[in-house]
Structures are given as structure tokens and as C-alpha cells.
Design a protein around this ligand. Structure first.
Ligand SMILES: Cc1cc2nc3c(=O)[nH]c(=O)nc-3n(C[C@H](O)[C@H](O)[C@H](O)COP(=O)(O)OP(=O)(O)OC[C@H]3O[C@@H](n4cnc5c(N)ncnc54)[C@H](O)[C@@H]3O)c2cc1C
Ligand SMILES: NC(=O)c1ccc[n+]([C@@H]2O[C@H](COP(=O)([O-])OP(=O)(O)OC[C@H]3O[C@@H](n4cnc5c(N)ncnc54)[C@H](O)[C@@H]3O)[C@@H](O)[C@H]2O)c1
Length: 443
């Protein structure tokens, strides 16, 4: 027998949660499906568990900075206990979410969903049908097409490690590599990152340059090259980078993620996709199936970040409930890199602003002498601001150093709502805080 719903979400991450609860609140009969425990990447395998672990890293980093300045002794990360601290947050998530769905009257299914018709799905032996189906299946590590790829460990597994291997290598030098490398190195592992070209290509090159000494101080080795293969035998794991062979204990995939669509059997529902991406209208509806929408990492419409998944889901719900034709607005999506110290960005990179032909001033500099850095004995602190000449609007903001991950949100407000540098400079911020540097950063 087929179970009938108004709305079904495939996935239980941020996008699915936001959409399902909004649809249920609007009185719609809803269902949610996930083959993994409810909660999705952010809560169980991404942002939150990572940041629980980073809390331990921050303490050790602060201790090292202040040692000899009124702080004595020695401290270290106890990885096993830090993991337990992390699990105190992550372990209860799936049950809490299940209970919340039940309270909201949402039907819950555990299994892999695949389309069997234009608005119907199979989950194991269950057949489900809905007026609207949301693909919120997130992303997965992209296939690298290299020999021995199966020997790669994924970030999910890294974040669950009970014991850190001695030597960890990251394949790719983007977000995942930088954050997990810092964490592992601070916890005592030897770390290597292999990246083709510049590391952290999503960030401003000067900001990255100012951040790089933190990699060096932790002994993180950065190898410029592409990983071409991995071989494993009883004794060793060898990562091939051109002619070079690096012998390590674990190699982690950090070379980009792509929408997780394979299991869905899109053809069965006439859902068009090309090059691993769904073909969507600007309103996030499938171009070829009006019953199907997508949101978050699966939609790959905006940057693959948690606030984007949530935003997409709200847009989809509004379009389904009100037929409003709303399009997502990715103006001013901030992003923070949780290394210690952190780096953060919002708006345009300098190169993007140049390519767009914009007329703008740049205010940039490294400031280890500024009070915010001095009081923490921090050596890394810098900013780059792009201000449009005529309008005075903040086009882009890039920060590295203590507090960058929080202060960026002030610039996010400015970029998204078209505030000018003068608007920010004339705002009073509590002193002394990271935000009280905002005025200085704007020249
Ligand atoms: C290590 C790591 C750290 C990150 N850190 C940050 C951060 O600090 N800040 C930030 O903003 N972003 C971060 N991100 C990105 C962020 O986690 C994602 O952008 C966000 O979680 C995506 O949410 P989503 O709802 O689109 O998908 P997900 O949360 O990935 O949910 C998709 C769900 O769908 C399920 N699923 C897939 N296929 C099927 C199927 N066929 N049937 C049933 N279920 C299925 C999956 O099991 C999964 O639970 C991080 C990502 C990673 C990997
Ligand atoms: N703090 C955060 O917000 C956060 C943290 C982690 C992940 N994420 C999200 O998850 C996504 C995926 O993260 P990621 O770090 O896997 O991807 P990424 O896109 O940030 O970086 C991947 C890097 O790997 C390199 N690369 C690819 N193939 C390679 C090869 N064979 N050899 C060497 N280098 C190679 C690429 O040039 C690129 O620089 C990110 O785009 C980000 O949006 C966000």
C-alpha cells in the first residue's frame, strides 16, 4: 500500500529539518527519510562536532600564546576525552530529532530513498507518494578517479577517531584540510597537506599568507602537487604525488564534495541532471518535474554551507505554500574557517570585484600590534576591506585572527543590506571587543 503525503523531504540535515517543520506547521502531512541517524552533516558529521573538538584546540592554543606571560606549566589535548565531550552533544541529536518529528506529526522513515515515479519514492519495502518532494540529500566526497581511492578516509570517520594516527595526510588543501589539520597537529599528530597550487583558494590570498605561519608553527607540511594514487599493504599506506611517495598512517579526503544524487534514480521521476548537478529553475524546482524541489548541498545553488541550506529550504517552502516564485538570495553569505586563529570572509574577493569592473578602494593590513591581538599575545591579525568608491558600500570583508569568525557577521550584515563603510564607522561597538576594530579596519 502507498502512503500519501503533502510533502516529503529526502534527508534529515539542515535543509530537510527547516523545510519539514515549516510545512508541518502549515498543517501539511509530512514525512522525512534518512538512511543515516537523523541530524545531517552539520549536527553529526560537520560544523558542530568539529567545533566541539576545536574548543579543546582553542584552549591549548591560548595556553601556548600566554605561556611565559603569567601562565606556567604544560597542557595537552586528551583526544579520547575530547571526543567524549563532543559526543555529549552529538549522541543525543538523532533521538531528539526523532522526538521532535513525532511531536510535529511528521512520519519518519529510515532507509535509502529512490524515486519510482514522478512523485513517488521507495524506501526499502515502503512506497510513499507526495504532492511535493524535496531533495535534501546533501553532498559527498567527490570521486577522484585515482588508483587506491578506497584507501582514503573521509572527514566523517576522522571526526569519530578514538585515537589519532601518528601521521595524517590530507588530500586537497581547502576548508576540511585546514581545519582538521590544525586540530590534529595541535593534538600531537604529524600532518601533511597535499594541494595543487595555493591552499585555501576560497579565501583572499593575503589573508591566507598571513594565516600560513600558524600552519608552520604547528609543523604542518604543505606539499604542492596532485595526489595521483594510493597504495596500501600490510606495512604501509603510500600516497603518490607525481614521482614522490609519502608514507603515512592515514590519508583523508579533503578534495571537495559533490551533490549526493546517485542513489535517487532520478530518471524514474524524469528529474534532469547534468555533470552531477540537478537542473533547477531559479526557484529551486526541478526543470523537468514540477513536484520536485532541491535545497542545500544537494541543490548546489549557493555555497555549500549550513546557513545556505536553511535559506534554500525557506525559499522552497514559500514557493510551495504561496507560489511566490521566490529565488534564493546569496548576497553576503559569510563563511568562517575554524583554524586557530580563524579566518573569515563575506562578499567579493578582490579579484572578483576587479573582474566585475567595480570601482573600489582596498583597505588592508596585518596588525599584530593592535590591542585585540596584543592582549592575547597573538601574532596573526589582519584584514582586507573592499569599499565601493561612489556608494561607500562594503563589497567584501576578509579577516584573519582572533575573533574573525564573530566579527565577520557585522560585515555580513553590511554586505547583505547594502550598508556603507560610514554606517559601520558611525556605529558604536562595545569596547574592547573584536567589533571595536571594525572602524579601524575601514580606514
Ligand atoms: C567536515 C565538515 C565541516 C563543515 N563545517 C561547516 C561549518 O563550520 N560551517 C558551515 O556553514 N558549513 C560547514 N560544512 C558544510 C555543511 O555541513 C553543509 O553545507 C550542510 O550541513 C548541508 O546541509 P544539507 O541539509 O544540505 O545536507 P546534509 O546535512 O548533508 O543532509 C543530507 C542527508 O541526506 C541523507 N541522504 C542522502 N541520500 C539519501 C537517500 N537517497 N535517502 C535518504 N537519505 C539520504 C544523508 O544521510 C544526510 O543525512 C561542513 C561540512 C563538512 C563535511
Ligand atoms: N568552516 C566551514 O564552513 C566548512 C568547513 C568544512 C567544509 N566546508 C564545506 O565543505 C566543502 C568541501 O570541503 P573540502 O575541503 O573538501 O573542499 P574545498 O573545495 O574547500 O577544497 C578542496 C581542495 O582540494 C584540491 N584538490 C582537489 N583534488 C586534488 C588532488 N587530487 N590532489 C590535491 N589537491 C586536490 C582543490 O584544488 C581544492 O583546493 C567546502 O566547499 C565548504 O563549503 C565548510
Amino acid at each position: 500500500m502507498t502512503d500519501k503525503f503533502d510533502f516529503i523531504a529526502i534527508g534529515s540535515g539542515t535543509a530537510a529539518q527547516v523545510a519539514v517543520h515549516r510545512m508541518a506547521k502549515a498543517g501539511k502531512r509530512c514525512a522525512v527519510i534518512d538512511y543515516r541517524p537523523y541530524g545531517g552533516t552539520c549536527a553529526l558529521r560537520g560544523c558542530d562536532p568539529k567545533k566541539m573538538l576545536v574548543s579543546g584546540e582553542e584552549v591549548v592554543a591560548a595556553f601556548s600564546r600566554m605561556r611565559g606571560h603569567g601562565i606556567d606549566g604544560d597542557i595537552q589535548i586528551n583526544w579520547r576525552d575530547l571526543q567524549e565531550f563532543k559526543r555529549s552533544f552529538t549522541d543525543p541529536v538523532p533521538d531528539k530529532q526523532q522526538a521532535r518529528y513525532e511531536r510535529a506529526g511528521v512520519a519518519t522513515f529510515h532507509g535509502k530513498a529512490r524515486f519510482v515515479g514522478s512523485c513517488s519514492l521507495a524506501v526499502d519495502s515502503d512506497l510513499l507518494e507526495a504532492d511535493h518532494i524535496l531533495i535534501a540529500t546533501g553532498a559527498q566526497p567527490r570521486t577522484l578517479d585515482i588508483e587506491g581511492e578506497t584507501h582514503l578516509t573521509h572527514s566523517d570517520v576522522f571526526l569519530e577517531l578514538e585515537k589519532l594516527p601518528e601521521h595524517i595526510l590530507f588530500v586537497g588543501g581547502g576548508y576540511i584540510a585546514a581545519e582538521l589539520a590544525h586540530l590534529a597537529a595541535r593534538a600531537g599528530a604529524k600532518v601533511t597537506i597535499v594541494q595543487r597550487g595555493r591552499v585555501l583558494q576560497a579565501f583572499d590570498p593575503d589573508i591566507v599568507e598571513w594565516l600560513l605561519p600558524s600552519f608552520e608553527r604547528l609543523g604542518i607540511e604543505i606539499v604542492d602537487g596532485a595526489v595521483t594514487g594510493i597504495t596500501k599493504d600490510a606495512q604501509s599506506l603510500r600516497v603518490h604525488v607525481g614521482d614522490q611517495q609519502l608514507t603515512v598512517d592515514m590519508a583523508v579526503h579533503s578534495a571537495g564534495r559533490v551533490p549526493a544524487l546517485e542513489a535517487l534514480d532520478l530518471e524514474a521521476a524524469n528529474i534532469a541532471a547534468a555533470n552531477g548537478r540537478l537542473l533547477l529553475t531559479p526557484q529551486l524546482c526541478s526543470e523537468t518535474n514540477e513536484h520536485v524541489y532541491a535545497a542545500g548541498d544537494a541543490a548546489a545553488s549557493g555555497p555549500p554551507l549550513t546557513p545556505v541550506s536553511s535559506h534554500d529550504a525557506k525559499v522552497v517552502v514559500e514557493n510551495i505554500l504561496e507560489g511566490s516564485g521566490r529565488e534564493p538570495n546569496y548576497m553576503g553569505v559569510p563563511s568562517a574557517l575554524f583554524t586557530v586563529p580563524p579566518a573569515a570572509r563575506v562578499g567579493l574577493l578582490e579579484k572578483e570585484a576587479c573582474d566585475a569592473g567595480l570601482d573600489f578602494d582596498v583597505d588592508a593590513g596585518a596588525h599584530s600590534k593592535w590591542f585585540s591581538a596584543r592582549r592575547l599575545n597573538a601574532e596573526i591579525y589582519g584584514h582586507k576591506m573592499l569599499i565601493e568608491r561612489d556608494s561607500g558600500r562594503v563589497l567584501g570583508a576578509h579577516i584573519v585572527g582572533p575573533g574573525a569568525d564573530e566579527v565577520i557577521n557585522i560585515f555580513a550584515l553590511a554586505v547583505r543590506h547594502g550598508l556603507t563603510a560610514d554606517d559601520l564607522k558611525s556605529t558604536m561597538f562595545a569596547y574592547p571587543t573584536g567589533a571595536s576594530d571594525v572602524g579601524y579596519m575601514l580606514g
